[in-house]
Design a binder for this molecule. Structure first.
Ligand code: SF4
Length: 244
């Protein structure tokens, strides 16, 4: 495992040390804690911390069936670099088939409701199924990512899925995330270098333009305040309960 090194910004170094302590404490408090990785830059950093802290936390990703090849490629990269198996959780094929047969392959562009229905089948139900029976989960969310995340807590009870939820990167800045990724040579999705700060399913993600916020490329045809897929539905309550 790479160790931290060099002339590093002291504030970021403190953040990193704190993160190592946080993941170790979460694993000690919850022997069944699981990490839901989107394989984004933040999640790669969090994975590195989990490995470095030797925290026995299982990692999974939601393989919606519409992820970019670059994202899926990280599963093999992680296995090679860290010896960690990322479990790819897939949606119920019958539910996907039924939805596509009824509404078409690209129904998510037609309305927020149809987009949420697709996310519910390909993401929310698989997540609910995976979290069932666990007492805690971790995410790589940050406050700075979106208007839907400005009040994100580092630790909170998740009322949607009924277990403790940890967002240990909540207070990290984008600059700090990338500083650590570069310093520790942490692997990341090559799409990040092509102006994709936030990466989801292929048809629902585009590159962002200068000055746009990090989530602007996700469901870009929708209002900013509706941009959660249901995995973090609790985030929307602070904005408008009707949007959950
Ligand atoms: S992000 Fe798009 S393709 Fe992926 S589950 Fe949601 S609506 Fe469907």
């Amino acid at each position: 495992m790479t160790t931290f090194h060099s002339t590093f910004d002291p504030a970021t170094l403190r953040q990193w040390d704190k993160l190592l302590g946080q993941v170790a404490a979460i694993a000690a408090d919850h022997h069944d804690a699981v990490f839901a990785s989107s394989l984004a830059a933040e999640d790669m950093l969090l994975l590195h911390a989990i490995v470095q802290a030797q925290a026995p936390i299982e990692v999974f990703t939601l393989d919606t069936g519409r992820l970019p090849a670059q994202t899926l490629g990280l599963i093999d990269t992680i296995a090679e670099r860290y010896g960690v198996v990322v479990k790819a959780i897939k949606p119920d094929p019958a539910a996907v088939h039924e939805h596509v047969a009824q509404f078409g392959e690209f129904a998510f562009y037609e309305s927020v409701d149809l987009r949420k229905a697709c996310c519910a089948i390909r993401k929310v139900e698989p997540l609910r199924r995976t979290l069932q029976g666990h007492s805690a989960w971790l995410t790589g969310q940050r406050r700075g990512q979106s208007v839907t995340r400005v009040e994100l807590a580092e630790s909170e009870f998740d009322p949607v899925f009924g277990l403790q939820k940890y967002n240990p990167l909540a207070l990290w800045t984008e600059e700090q995330v990338w500083a650590v990724i570069r310093a520790l040579n942490i692997p990341y999705n090559p799409l990040h270098d092509q102006h994709y700060p936030s990466i989801g399913c292929d048809p629902c993600t585009r590159a962002v333009r200068p000055g746009e916020d990090a989530r602007a490329g996700r469901w870009w045809w929708e209002q900013r305040t509706s941009k959660e897929c249901g995995l973090h539905a609790g985030n929307l309550k602070a904005i408008d309960p009707q949007t959950v």
